[in-house]
Design a protein around this ligand. Sequence first.
Ligand SMILES: [Zn+2]
Ligand SMILES: [Zn+2]
Length: 467
Amino acid sequence: MKRSSKFTAILIFLIVFSAGLTSAHQGGHFHKGDGTIFSQWHLKNGTLISGNYHTGNSRFIELEQEEGKLLKIELESLKDPDKQTATARIEHFKTFNDPVHIYPDYTIPHHRTNYRFLWISIALFILTLLIAKESLVILKRFRNGLTKWVFATCSFSILLVLGFACKKSTESVVETIPSTIPKTSTTFIDSAFAPFKATVTTSSDNTYYYVSSNGVPTHGMMVGITSWQQQVPIPQSYTGTNSWSIPLQPVYAETPLPTTTNLMKGAVAIAVNGIPIFNALNNRGVDSYLIGELDTWGGHCGRADDYHYHAAPLHLSSTSGELPIAFALDGFPVFGSKEPDGSIMKELDVCHGHVISNGVYHYHGTTNYPYVVGSMKGKVTLDPTTTAPENQIIPQAFASPLRPATTPLSGAVITAFASTGTNAYKLTYQIGSKFGYVEYNWDASNKYTYKLTDVSGAVSTTTYQRK
Ligand SMILES: [Zn+2]
Ligand SMILES: [Zn+2]
């Protein structure tokens, strides 16, 4: 055979062989939207994973997902009976003693094509030798620069294609879902509270991130309430030992506590503007929002004239962007109506959240029930002096009453609420065609004065001293 035709034959062989190898990686074992049905696996953290059992040992199982993506899951993070299924599969494959399906503890094969990889390596080695040999001969024969370059370029391209094909294979993605939750970084929590630092003070120790505020938001309040108990917002001392506490190390609850039958007393979350978020159900078990108890911002005042939300303060997203709008008292963040990366919100579970790819749970605020928390995903400590449904999480910050509890004012609709000076507010309500007012203020010594004007025009003024 002439030197030139031998050279052409080798080139053709190389191209055909490399094309075969490249496609073998994609078409052989991997599923590519071909209608393959994957098994489903339930994790203890509530996530549902799709993937077919690929391999496993006493600590992990590896699932093959779409496009041949491998997902490594700790056996301990699987829920029964899926854990039992996985254990049974591991035992089953052990009996075959098949090196593809079993590997010793602590070593994870990077990809499943171990034997193929060996053949590819041998073939590559032979081809490289051939190319090197031919190159030397050709370079000697042809001093002509063009031929030399054509040959060198072809050889290099083929090696590049082969290298890429094998690299793709050896890098078969192995993603691990942790069974334990990493400690929340205070930098992350801080980033969420940062836009509201003018009215909110924060600090942290090893266990908690603390939030101090006076409980009065900078946005409008009270307007829109059609079922009013005559309370108005006044400052609270959510500070020092009475600050809000966000646990830095969330732990998944064995059985998440449903807010339909629990936590109707204290707050369930703290918004990033320092305002507590209570159960969507009021202490009578009724959806506060649906019966007109809430203002346009999803809040109202409690018996201590303490302003708080019962609905999700989604309006905070206009300041927060894609950062969390709140943190639940189990330590998990509450995002607005979008995912942290700005994409459309993914499906929510009964707790009103989900686990994202980093394995950490988060809640979402929505415009319908349960608005913020459906069930407490994380483990919480309950106040032993309270009983369900009016139980509450501790630690919890408390509002302190200034005046005796007021009563519902039938037919009143709050139409205006405005600041009338330093530490002074005026609330306007309407019953039928008549208006009533609550004008109140406080001085530097914490003496509060309430002037009430009812719809008949009768006025009463009372002062209270804040201790
Ligand atoms: Zn309330
Ligand atoms: Zn989400």
